[in-house]
Design a protein around this ligand. Structure first.
Ligand code: PXP
Length: 258
C-alpha cells in the first residue's frame, strides 16, 4: 500500500451503523423509525456499507432487521456479533459481506473495549475459521494494542477494527497519546498484512485525525450520526461526515496541497 504524501492512498470507506435507529424504535415498539429506511438513506448519502450489531439481548437490531438488511439493501452488510454459537449460525445462514467479532457484556451500555484476542485465541479460532470458510470477511474489534494486533494476525482474521473510543473520550495530552497508539496500531496491522478499520465514538470533531491515518481503510460510525440526524436529518449528517473524512484524507495524503 502506498502511504506517502502525494501517493495514492486507499479510499476510506464509511460504514454507517444503524443500531440506534432500532434503539429509538424499540423504545416504543412498533415499526417506527425503520432501520431499513435509514439504510436506504445512508446508501443515497454516500455510505459504502451498513453496519448492524445483533446483540444477544436484541436490545436494538432484531433478527427481522438482519433478514431485511440482507435481502433488501444492496450495500454490503457488516454484521457485528459476539463469538457465540447462536450468532455464528445466524451469520452462516444470512451470509453478510462481513462479520466483526466484538466482545459483549450484557450490562454494558455499548461495546466498552476490544476483544482480548491473546487470551481468547483458542475460543475465537473456530469462529474465525468457520466465518472465513463461508466467504465472510472477518474482522476482530480490538484495542490498538500491538499484542492484540499480532494475535489477530496469528488467528488468520483478514481485518482488524481498532477501538478508538478512548481517543474520542479524552482530551489534550491523553488524546494525543491515544492518537499515537492508533497510528502505531494501524501501521502494525498493515505490516502484519491486515486490513485496518476503526470505530467507536467518532464524531465530526474526532473523525479527521482518524481519517488522516493512511492505513485505515474503513470507519464504522453510528451513535453520533443518528443523534445528529435528529437536528439536521440523516442524509445531511452522513454527507457532512463523508465530507469531513474526505477532506482530512485529501489533506493528509497531499492531494489538496498541489
Ligand atoms: N464499530 C464497532 C465494532 C462497534 O461495536 C460500534 C458500536 O456498536 C461502532 C463501530 C460504532 O460506534 P458508535 O456508535 O460509537 O459510532
Amino acid at each position: 500500500m502506498n502511504t506517502g504524501a502525494g501517493e495514492t492512498w486507499p479510499r476510506l470507506r464509511l460504514g454507517v451503523n444503524i443500531d440506534h435507529v432500532a434503539t429509538i424504535r424499540n423504545a416504543r415498539g412498533g415499526r417506527h423509525p425503520d432501520p431499513l429506511r435509514a439504510a436506504r438513506i445512508a446508501a443515497q448519502a454516500g455510505a459504502d456499507g451498513i453496519t448492524a450489531h445483533l446483540r444477544e439481548d436484541r436490545r436494538h437490531i432484531s433478527d427481522e432487521d438482519i433478514l431485511a438488511l440482507c435481502s433488501e439493501i444492496e450495500l454490503p452488510l457488516n454484521l457485528e456479533m459476539a463469538a457465540t454459537d447462536e450468532m455464528l449460525s445466524i451469520a452462516l445462514r444470512h451470509q453478510p459481506h462481513a462479520a466483526c467479532i466484538v466482545p459483549e457484556k450484557r450490562r454494558e451500555l455499548t461495546t466498552e473495549g476490544g476483544l482480548d484476542v491473546c487470551a481468547g485465541h483458542n475460543r475465537l479460532a473456530r469462529y474465525v475459521e468457520e466465518l472465513c470458510g463461508a466467504g465472510i470477511r472477518v474482522s476482530l474489534f480490538i484495542d490498538p494494542d500491538p499484542r492484540q494486533i499480532e494475535a489477530a494476525a496469528v488467528l488468520g482474521a483478514p481485518v482488524v477494527e481498532l477501538h478508538v473510543g478512548a481517543y474520542c473520550d479524552t482530551e489534550g495530552a491523553a488524546r494525543a497519546r491515544e492518537l499515537d497508539r492508533i497510528k502505531a496500531g494501524a501501521l502494525r496491522a498493515a505490516e502484519a498484512g491486515l486490513e485496518c478499520h476503526a470505530g467507536h465514538g467518532l464524531s465530526f470533531e474526532t473523525v479527521g485525525d482518524i481519517a488522516a491515518i493512511a492505513h485505515v481503510e474503513e470507519l464504522n460510525i453510528g451513535h453520533f450520526l443518528i443523534g445528529e440526524a435528529i437536528f439536521s436529518g440523516l442524509d445531511s449528517a452522513i454527507k457532512r461526515m463523508r465530507a469531513a473524512m474526505d477532506k482530512a484524507r485529501a489533506e493528509a495524503s497531499g492531494q489538496m496541497s498541489a
